[in-house]
Design a protein around this ligand. Structure first.
Ligand code: SAM
Length: 451
């Protein structure tokens, strides 16, 4: 394949930059709630628009490839105490937001949100939705496991205002699904897709993963043949993040079954070529959409944003994460909740914000964060204005020069632009701007590899 040497060279551990600074560099352990509530109040006084993420961590079975924060159980009696706790956490926040916040975005992530009975999802969401003003362009979305998403789930969430669904597909091949311990069929994916469309959902996303154990070119061709048939509006084709030091389930794999960097990238390139032939556009790190999809339009207009949920159409300065391990961002600070369900519930039920760790962004953090966001969303960033400049820029340019020599970027006196070849190395390019990383390179394994 083209550039195989570059894929070997740049296959180094690198963050995905859903935040800057990245979580391992956050400085506040068990932060003070008083500081956090001041920041929330301040952000809300400037702008009452809100983006809400709710983490629903339960799954009935462990998918061994999974890198997310989840709690495996088949005992559905966990649903009620958890949803009641999330509502209590919402009410803790509401004390610091006068009037009704304007909801622009609501995403249910997991874990498996469809683990919850539809009635319980309604019990969770109705009080929150009655407590906000819905922005006319609000986007309400949820992650659906094809095995377990019923017509009742789809109808209940549609009635509550959801119009977007993200289906966890990963791969269509039965052998790959068996290897990652994921129980679902092609027919279930098709049924969820068609039922969602018949009910009135306007955007269907599929999550796919490349680089899974024993996945080869034939699997990618087969998966893309199903894409041709089912035509989701958006596709996230994620690079498999192998972090067995963090996720025990991934230790189930024989590492020799994982494709090496160039072979792994070739899976992506095949996927991309087949998607482009089907009319999908590459809109940013591993994400594709059809030309009439809102994300494509936002990418064209330069208004696309990236946050902990990945790429989004709208930029909302205040984003609050409810539930175990959820992350909030109020512009000046990030905060992550307690990761375990028990720890999260104990703190909220004691009337406290369940804060695990956070970070107050310095002026330089905010400036570098903007550059990284620009690169991730626009393949370009510039430093003409004082607020775009930091003393770190000299070192950044030195770190960028070898990438320019490899043809990944073009550096001008006051800007840098990603080339077509460079788009495959966005994580490596953003790393040049990651002052925290270069000031303290991790000694042990922290990030998955870039390819
Ligand atoms: C939080 S998971 C929730 C999906 C939902 N529980 C399901 O199983 O359908 C969201 C997405 O993250 C992606 N993902 C999870 N683990 C990953 C890994 N190790 N590498 C790359 N992508 C991963 C998958 O595509 C998955 O659909």
């Amino acid at each position: 394949m083209h550039n195989a040497h570059l894929f070997e060279k740049y296959d180094v551990p690198a963050p995905r930059y859903t935040s800057y600074p990245t979580v391992p560099y956050w400085t506040e352990e068990h932060p003070d709630s008083a500081v956090w509530t001041d920041l929330v109040q301040h952000a809300y006084s400037l702008d009452q628009r809100l983006s809400l993420y709710i983490h629903l961590p339960f799954c009935e079975q462990l998918c061994t490839y999974c890198g997310c924060n989840k709690h495996i159980t088949r005992n559905h009696s966990v649903e009620t105490p958890y949803l009641e706790t999330v509502l209590k956490e919402w009410n803790l926040y509401r004390r610091y937001m006068h009037g009704k916040p304007i909801l622009r975005e609501l995403h249910l992530g997991g874990g498996t949100p469809t683990f919850f009975h539809p009635d319980n999802l309604r019990r969770l969401l109705e009080p929150i939705l009655n407590d906000v003003t819905l922005d006319p362009n609000a986007a309400l979305s949820f992650e659906a496991h094809p095995n377990g998403t019923t017509t009742e789930h789809l109808q209940t969430l549609y009635d509550l205002g959801f119009r977007r669904i993200s289906v966890g597909v990963q791969d269509f091949d039965d052998e790959i699904l068996r290897l990652i311990h994921r129980f679902q069929t092609k027919e279930q994916v098709e049924q969820v897709t068609e039922t969602a469309r018949a009910i009135g959902y306007t955007s269907v996303n599929y999550d796919l993963v490349y680089g899974l154990p024993r996945q080869n070119q034939a699997h990618i061709y087969r998966t893309m043949a199903e894409i041709h048939r089912l035509r989701p509006d958006r596709i996230a084709l994620y690079s498999y993040a192998h972090v067995p030091w963090l996720k025990n389930g991934q230790r189930a794999y024989d590492e020799s079954d994982l494709p090496a960097a160039a072979e792994k990238r070739a899976l992506y390139e095949t996927g991309r070529a087949l998607l482009e032939a089907e009319g999908y556009s590459d809109i940013g790190l591993d994400h594709f959409s059809l030309p009439d999809d809102g994300l494509f339009i936002a990418a064209q207009k330069g208004t696309m944003h990236r946050n902990f949920m990945g790429y989004t159409e709208l930029y909302t300065p205040m984003s609050i994460g409810l539930g175990a391990s959820a992350i909030s961002d109020v512009g000046m600070a990030f905060m992550q909740n307690e990761k375990t369900v028990a720890g999260y519930e104990a703190m909220v039920n004691a009337g406290q914000f369940p804060l695990l760790r956070g970070h107050l962004l310095t002026r330089e953090d905010r400036c570098l964060r903007r550059h990284i966001l620009n690169l991730m969303c626009k393949n370009y960033t510039e430093w003409y204005w004082p607020e775009q400049q930091t003393p770190e820029l000299g070192d950044i340019i030195e770190r960028l020069k070898p990438l320019e020599a490899d043809g990944l970027i073009i550096i001008s006196p006051m800007s840098v632009e990603v080339t077509t070849v460079g788009k495959a190395f966005l994580r490596n390019i953003c790393m040049a701007f990651d002052a925290h990383y270069w000031h303290k390179v991790p000694e042990s394994k922290v990030f998955s590899k870039a390819v």
